[in-house]
Ligand binder design. Structure first.
Ligand SMILES: Nc1nc2c(ncn2[C@@H]2O[C@H](COP(=O)(O)OP(=O)(O)OP(=O)(O)O)[C@@H](O)[C@H]2O)c(=O)[nH]1
Ligand SMILES: [Mg+2]
Length: 730
């Protein structure tokens, strides 16, 4: 009988009706109320006493790590699935609650791949904040459709004591600002189409904490006015709860909006695939993807890895774009280039992954038994992978890490590998010989949390250094042609390097030109490069773009070039990872292999000959091309009461910073500044004390800028010393 059906049985049934599925996420600036809302939705779906949900004192359901409870913030994205009835039909909502802190923004980027729509929360009191803009960018880049939830409306009434008219004005401002962002950021076809509309219910306002929400259509239906809303905060708590539950239940208004205004997977994949998958749309795979076909070819993208601390079981969570995932299937990992076997297939029931036999396309699912990285495309036979999942910021803060007890070294190395797998925004450089490993993260908090998890969850005692800055090496002019000879002297390679022109560099930095190896025909990429000023002959000879560097091969009439090209690329990748000045990563360099002479016999032109020859040539060329160090520089926004203007500008100036913009909104100060990361350590505390705890700052942009000439030599020397490089070592 239908009413005996468990929620898992219900979910397992609805997951087959794709038009009744919505794959969505929460997204917002930090602390705008994503998790409070998610918890209330879970509660309403029957897992908690719905009317009483939303009490933070009990801790959030979706916070599965101790550190999230103690710090009261989300670190990991959390998956939740629930069922909602709308106009007589049942819908399955696969929801990902994402973190708001910028250090964990990589989790947002990855979650966006799995979903088709997002509820963007904006605090009614704070308005659109820097991270709101960032999450909209992240969503639109993946063609994920946003809707708007203006949250914390209770603050307008209780704290700011605004009148109903003032409240409406506030909403209109947020609404207009929001649509302006959509217009500025969305691709041409979506600029108008994806604007939200107060009148049609794609804008909701309410209070996640107090468990209510309303939209204009809903108010009309129920005969509620803005005056009624102001009144609810003069009721007793019990009365208010009853009123809200009766007239403005958060879950109903939010989930109705989700179903009405966010796309189902069939609709969404029609326009998303072209943006995130670059294969042939007319191929069998292309058609399966465009139709989100459960009977088509299998295509699953991992967006998150979870390793169970007790059992070690590795779950790969992600989006099934086409085909049906069945337990026991042999699958192919296109990046790892491996065949593996799916042992379990799981769907979320509320916050718990539950095993089922098979799941059709169009769902957010988990599989066990395979071991890949986030971003991996899983198919049955080798096929075109999805576009790489690339976060807008790269990790720029680094610490050296070592075990407290040296016998723990192997364990620490294993744990570091796991950590960077679970959180791909963490990069680790492991040195198995010396044990001195580096861990790179997005910010100080990020590294602090990871370090703490290594100790408390993975049980390895570690110690870390003070934060280290990782620089970039680049060049400022064209080099002459440089010759590199193989150790056996039988092979010669000729290399030129030159800086990537600014217009082209922008295309790489913005991600408009994707990175990776280039195929024989890449009309799209060539066209963009040519439009930005590159010669067609040159564009067509590009073999690889990586780390904002380009490798091209412009040799003529070399018979065996095809056989050594992979080795040349290996040498190029090696130098781009560790440049000639101080073995820091390179960027903005075009490496051009212009000519070579090769030994007749393949045995004399193997890796041991070719790689060092090309590597030496590239390094030598770079040293002859005005090499320079770039440092990471962040654009940040300070928010504080206006009276602290002077203190903030002092903080900025004393740290090689530069104030870009200062604005006053009522009594608050909004100041934008640029600062080198090297000068930003401990900034949170400094700002807190300079403003008596009333100021905060947030990251808006992160880029590399040329280090001032006066600091160049000193930094090179310092980095080389830290790495123990002798003066001869390049
Ligand atoms: N006054 C008020 N406070 C709220 C509301 N919703 C959430 N909060 C509070 O805002 C704080 C942050 O709430 P969360 O739900 O953790 O916000 P979040 O967006 O998930 O935060 P991060 O994931 O860390 O970015 C908590 O103290 C909540 O109690 C609301 O509607 N009104
Ligand atoms: Mg949260």
């Amino acid at each position: 009988m239908a009413d005996k059906e468990t929620s898992l049985q219900k979910i397992s049934r609805i997951m087959y009706t794709q038009v009744n599925i919505r794959n969505i996420a929460t997204s917002a600036h930090i602390h705008h109320g994503k998790t409070a809302m998610t918890d209330n939705l879970i509660a309403a779906a029957g897992k908690m006493a719905a009317k009483y949900a939303g009490s933070l004192d009990e801790g959030m359901m979706t916070w599965q790590h101790e550190d999230e409870q103690t710090r009261l913030l989300t670190v990991d994205a959390a998956n939740v699935s629930l069922v909602h009835d709308f106009e007589g039909k049942e819908y399955l909502i696969n929801l990902i609650d994402t973190p708001g802190h910028v250090d964990f923004g990589g989790n947002v980027t990855r979650a966006m791949r799995a979903i088709d729509g997002t509820i963007v929360l904006v605090c009614a009191s704070e308005g659109i904040m820097p991270q709101t803009e960032t999450v909209i960018k992240q969503a639109l880049k993946e063609r994920v459709k946003p809707v708007l939830f203006i949250n914390k409306v209770d603050r307008l009434i209780k704290e700011l004591k605004l009148t109903p008219e003032q409240i409406q004005e506030r909403f209109m401002k947020i609404y207009r600002d929001f649509n302006r962002l959509i217009e500025n950021i969305a691709d041409a076809d979506f600029k108008e189409k994806w604007k939200v509309n107060i009148m049609d219910g794609s804008v909701v306002f309410g209070s996640a904490r107090d468990n209510w929400a309303l939209s204009i259509p809903f108010m009309k239906k129920k005969g509620i006015t803005f005056k009624d809303i102001s009144k609810i905060y003069s009721m007793t708590e019990e009365e208010r709860r009853d009123w809200c539950w009766e007239n403005a239940p958060l879950y109903e208004v939010i989930l109705d909006m989700t179903i009405k205004h966010l796309p189902n997977p069939i609709e969404a994949q029609k326009y998303r695939i072209a943006k995130i998958w670059h294969g042939d749309i007319e191929s069998e795979m292309g058609k399966s993807l465009m139709n989100c076909d459960p009977n088509g070819k299998l295509a699953f993208v991992i967006t998150r890895i979870i390793i169970d601390p007790k059992t070690g079981r590795e779950l790969s969570v992600g989006r099934l774009f086409s085909g049906t995932m069945r337990q026991g299937t042999q699958v192919y990992l296109n990046t790892a280039k491996q065949t593996q076997k799916v042992q379990q297939v799981l769907i979320y029931d509320s916050i718990k992954p539950e095993q089922v036999e098979a799941i059709p396309a169009g769902n957010v699912i988990a599989v066990a038994g395979i071991s890949g990285n986030a971003g991996e495309t899983i198919t049955t036979e080798p096929d075109e992978p999805f576009e790489e999942l690339r976060h807008i910021f790269e990790p720029v803060i680094t610490k050296a890490i070592e075990p407290v007890n040296s016998q723990d070294l192997p364990k620490m190395i294993e744990v570091l590998r796991k950590v960077s797998k679970e959180d791909p925004s963490i990069k680790v450089d492991i040195n198995e010989e010396t044990g001195e490993s580096l861990i790179h993260g997005m910010g100080e908090l990020h590294l602090e949390i990871i370090e703490n998890r290594i100790v408390t969850e993975k049980n390895v005692k570690v110690k870390t250094s003070q934060p280290i800055v990782v620089y970039r090496e680049s060049i400022t002019k064209k080099s002459p042609e440089v010759e590199g000879k193989s150790p056996n002297k039988h092979n010669k390679f000729y290399v030129k390097v030159e800086p990537i022109p600014e217009a082209i560099k922008q295309l790489l930095v913005s991600g408009e030109i994707r990175e990776g190896p280039l195929k024989k025909k890449e009309e799209d990429i060539w066209k963009k490069l040519i439009d930005a000023g590159m010669e067609r002959d040159q564009a067509k000879r590009i073999k690889d773009i990586s780390g904002h560097n380009i490798f091209m091969e412009t040799t003529k009439g070399i018979v065996h070039i095809g056989e050594v090209l992979e080795l040349c690329l290996e040498a190029y990748h090696g130098v781009m990872k560790a440049g000639p000045l101080a073995r820091e990563p390179c960027f903005g360099v075009i490496v051009n292999l212009t000519d070579c002479s090769l030994h007749e016999d393949a045995i004399h032109r193997g890796p041991a000959q070719v790689v060092p020859a090309v590597r030496d040539a590239i390094k030598e060329a770079m040293l002859n091309a005005g090499p320079v160090m770039f440092e990471p520089v962040q654009t940040i926004r300070f928010d504080a009461p206006y009276e602290y203007m002077g203190d903030i500008s002092k903080v900025v100036q004393s740290r090689r910073g530069q104030l870009l913009e200062v604005a006053q909104e009522e009594s608050s100060l909004i100041a934008k500044a640029k600062m080198p990361v090297a000068e930003m350590f401990g900034l949170a505390d400094v700002v807190r004390s300079a403003t008596e705890g009333r100021g905060s700052w947030s990251l808006q942009n992160s880029e590399f800028e040329k280090l001032p000439s006066s600091l160049q030599d000193g930094v090179v020397k310092k980095v080389r010393e830290r790495k123990g490089l002798t003066p001869e070592q390049r």
